[in-house]
Design a protein around this ligand. Structure first.
Ligand SMILES: [Zn+2]
Length: 236
């Protein structure tokens, strides 16, 4: 059956369509103007590849890939994305070595305080620390961002990163950013997030985290979260 529209009715329908499109665009423009600022690129971002040297972090059960090596791969990729976008980047470690003195009594503590020193000495505006997760229950999987206690900017940053991880990487496994108790979160007074990129205890994720395309996708999601953070109402 055909529905016959009279010319007058067609005109009214077109008018309604035009009005609804214009009002949608108008609303979008208002929201955009309110929420987004031009992203400044002259921020210095510290990318911290967790572990290294004597400390491999966790490792995959079947491939024995170490957290330390995967952290460095993701950290370097993230540094490249940010640099290409115009940000200044400081990597706390650029190779497989840890930062501690070989003579330090407490190597882990010395390593962590050297990282904090690099971040402070370079007047960094933000820290993004990259880690891989491990949990006895091998079904647990997914990337998650953590924030510092009583640090609203850290919480906002972790939320932005988590939003992008959820949207771009794991729409079927939505996670919330969480309060974390990590050394780096607590010793620097700038927006900081720890990104646990996935679980090496989960067999599928152990393989995915070593896959180039997945690493790129994961890194791009973290990068997007950082840009999202700067594009909202955050002045550092
Ligand atoms: Zn770790």
């Amino acid at each position: 059956m055909f529905i016959v529209f009279k010319p007058k009715k067609i005109l009214i329908i077109i008018l309604i369509l035009v009005i609804s499109i214009l009002s949608t665009l108008g609303a979008y423009a208002i929201v955009s103007a309110k929420n987004s600022k031009k992203v400044r690129f002259d921020y210095t971002i510290a990318i911290d590849a967790g572990h290294g040297g004597h400390d491999n972090g966790c490792s995959g059960d079947s491939t024995h890939v170490t957290e330390a090596e995967l952290n460095l791969i993701v950290a370097k990729k993230l540094a490249k994305y940010l640099q290409d976008f115009g940000f200044k980047v400081v990597l706390t470690r650029e190779n497989s070595d840890s930062l501690n003195s070989p003579f330090a009594k407490n190597k882990k503590k010395d390593d962590m305080s050297k990282r904090a020193e690099i971040i402070n000495d370079n007047n960094c505006d933000m820290v993004v620390s990259i880690h891989m997760n491990y949990y006895p229950d091998t079904t647990v999987h997914g990337a998650q961002s953590f924030y510092a206690k009583d640090n609203e900017r850290s919480m906002d940053l972790a939320k932005c990163v988590q939003t992008q991880l959820n949207n771009q990487l794991q729409p079927e496994n939505l996670k919330n950013s969480q309060l974390g108790d990590y050394y780096l979160l607590n010793v620097v007074d700038i927006p900081t997030t720890i990104v646990e990129c996935g679980f090496l205890s989960n067999p599928t994720e152990e393989m995915l985290l070593q896959d180039l395309d997945y690493q790129n996708k994961l890194t791009y999601a973290i990068f997007s979260g950082i840009v999202q953070y700067f594009s909202f109402d955050h002045e550092i």
